[in-house]
Design a protein around this ligand. Structure first.
Ligand code: NAP
Length: 319
């Protein structure tokens, strides 16, 4: 397998002299929204950071945490006069929120999002875009299993990929400034089409989550048989699945509902490969198993070589 070039070894962010944007609006104060707020403040990426969330308890918590410079009462209020607006809500809510803020967007503003699925978000948001507003969708490939305003931290995006999927003919300046924002947070930016994004993330992220949700669910169903030994002996591989399967249920429901075709395609291939391994086990075909495991070990080593696996402590030290 050919591995892509490794990102620069030390691409972590430093505080900018001049902000990228005058006013940055963040709609949805969860893990990603609060992390952007922390990072944008820490690295001086916007003159003013305004946040909004539909839930008053979340807005209150954001005030207590000192997120951004101001908490607005509504998404439209946050978006008014903003230069860059990021939708940090579940994929299925992006269209609704875009409709809510459309009349508040000023000409020349850049609307973006962080959705883990791109094609469905582009289709849902585009009809609401006012004339003169640029749309540059983004997906930071970074996260944890935690949600909510307390979950965010400024170093979440350090040395992580952020994929931009601007529409054909998108305003170059809008794409450049969106890139600068993500690079300012320490991310490594790549540009691709929404369709390609959904296919790639279908195999690298969505399918693994589906498998983790399935395995942990199956183990839970077997709890009576195993007498809770599932938890006791979890270090045998199961523990890593439980971390992934603890991810936000709303977010992941939306991912599967909105990347249906790519996930079903990947699931079909996965089922075929699983059948091959099942057959090898059934017929004692050790050679097939060994060949397969040798190939997959090389992929793991490639990921480590690309710097996409590192201890959390190392990331936090850089914040
Ligand atoms: P999160 O922690 O659950 O936060 C989402 C926030 O959006 C919550 O405060 C939620 O409020 C709010 N919200 C939901 N519907 C809304 C609406 N219609 N109007 C206004 N606010 C609304 O989720 P997250 O992990 O930050 O994910 C946000 C986005 O980032 C998703 O699109 C996800 O695909 C993407 N993403 C996530 C990760 C990850 O690992 N978590 C990584 C990359 C990208 P309520 O609590 O009231 O519902």
């Amino acid at each position: 397998m050919t591995m892509p070039a490794a990102p620069p070894a030390d691409s972590f962010a430093t505080r900018r002299e001049e902000p990228v944007f005058g006013r940055l609006a963040i709609i949805g104060i969860g893990l990603i929204g609060s992390s952007i707020a922390h990072a944008a403040k820490a690295f001086n990426l916007a003159g003013e950071i305004v946040l909004a969330d539909r839930d008053e308890a979340v807005r209150q918590r954001a005030r207590e945490l000192g997120l951004g410079h101001r908490i607005a009462e509504s998404a439209a209020e946050a978006a008014r006069d903003a230069d860059h607006i990021i939708l940090c809500v579940p994929v299925g809510a992006c269209g609704t929120v875009a409709a809510e803020i459309a009349s508040a967007l000023k000409p020349g503003a850049i609307l973006s999002d962080v959705g883990s699925v791109k094609n469905a978000v582009v289709e849902a948001v585009t009809p609401h875009l006012p004339q003169g507003v640029h749309f540059v969708p983004a997906h930071p490939v970074a996260g944890t299993e935690n949600s909510g305003p307390d979950a965010g931290f400024s170093s979440l995006f350090l040395d992580r990929w952020c994929i931009l999927t601007p529409p054909e003919g998108a305003d170059e300046n809008a794409v450049t400034r969106t890139r600068q924002l993500w690079e300012g947070m320490g991310a490594i930016v790549e540009v691709m089409t929404p369709q390609h994004h959904d296919l790639v993330l279908g195999i690298t992220s969505h399918l693994p989550h589906l498998i983790a949700y399935t395995i942990v669910g199956t183990a839970e169903d077997l709890a009576a048989v195993t007498q809770s030994e599932v938890i006791k002996f979890s270090a045998g591989g199961f523990r890593d699945f439980t971390r992934i399967a603890a991810s936000d249920p709303t977010m992941w429901r939306d991912v599967f509902l909105h990347n249906k075709d790519a996930v079903l395609e990947m699931l079909g291939r996965f089922s075929e490969d699983l059948s091959l391994l099942t057959r090898a086990i059934r017929y004692g075909d050790g050679e097939t198993l060994h060949r397969h495991f040798t190939r997959t070990r090389a992929i793991r080593r490639g990921i480590v070589a690309l710097g996409q696996e590192k201890p959390e402590t190392e990331k936090l030290r850089k914040s």
